[in-house]
Design a protein around this ligand. Sequence first.
Ligand SMILES: C[S@@+](CC[C@H](N)C(=O)[O-])C[C@H]1O[C@@H](n2cnc3c(N)ncnc32)[C@H](O)[C@@H]1O
Length: 348
Amino acid sequence: MGKNYSIKEVSEIFNITTNKVRFYEKKGLINPKRDMDNDYRYFTEDDLIKLQTILMYRELDIPIEHIKDIFTDESKDNILNHFHAQWKVINNQIHRMQLIQDSLEEIMDNIYEGENETYKEKIIKVIESMNEVWEIKNNWKDKWDFNSWARTYDKSVERDSGNLKFYKYYNDILDTTFNKSIKNKEKTIKVLEIGVGTGNLADRFLKNEYDITGMDQSREMLNVAKEKYPKLKLRLGDFLNIPFENRKFDVIVSTYAFHHLNDEEKKVAIKEILRVLKDDGRIVIGDLMFENQEEKEKIMNRLTKEEIKEIEDEHYSNIQLLRNEFKRYNRELQITRMDELVFIIEVN
Ligand SMILES: C[S@@+](CC[C@H](N)C(=O)[O-])C[C@H]1O[C@@H](n2cnc3c(N)ncnc32)[C@H](O)[C@@H]1O
């Protein structure tokens, strides 16, 4: 039989108050035995290990209820789900803090440089625009439910059962995206794929021994990608809150994903993509697009009701809008048409 510890000893071992130990007991995270004679708690070595785990998880800010659930179901999948959820919370906090810091900087510059009281109006404007961006970053929802599509996605690409047949040249589009993205780039480059899905494009980089990280907002897509390509590095994250530091990647690629953002969201995403891209980096996006509004109207006029409905369920890009947006950051855009509705854009 191992040693038993009193609550006082436990609090000394972990350098925490006895109240804190009682708190975790009250929350049902630990369950020390009671001495029948005097009702004192006594803790076994297993209780100590559990308490140490609780304290470690609390260092990561994992909520009490989540820790409780991890203890109930210790499967790898459940633990990963909780760590991913926490990763997302922390990433969102970082993005929120960054927005606040940028706004404070802008406000301080204005106070230094502004005439008399004019800076007061400017402060309001900066805060309003900060809130607008935050709403866009925070409000994107996966209305297509990619989690439930993940397991059948590859099959549905093969079947291509939609009216518009936009997967007709799928492999060609992925090959071309890959080839364009590695043009003149060394093998040592760091590549990020956004909306990696089940990993079909990332696989082209892996096979050629490139350092690629796949990111997706869907946990289930990440699960499928990991099962198919165990060596693929994967992260949970979305276009609007990319979980990486500034200027980390040489190349950013994406296929069939950007059309899940509307025009306002695309503008915020472009800023995010450029933030994590190196100054001489390249972006290659293969996706559903129209060249401009005029082209869109021409094509839409020829389509059936069902086809129009399919298009309206997504947010096909207007290439002219993307071109203008990238121009604001002094970036040039080139296009390659792969099909009537599928283009590859390269941004250098
Ligand atoms: C149609 S699938 C394409 C998957 C893969 N790129 C391909 O070409 O087969 C779209 C993928 O983009 C992801 N996605 C959609 N919106 C996203 C967003 N805002 N941020 C990150 N990923 C997103 C979805 O979860 C899904 O895995």
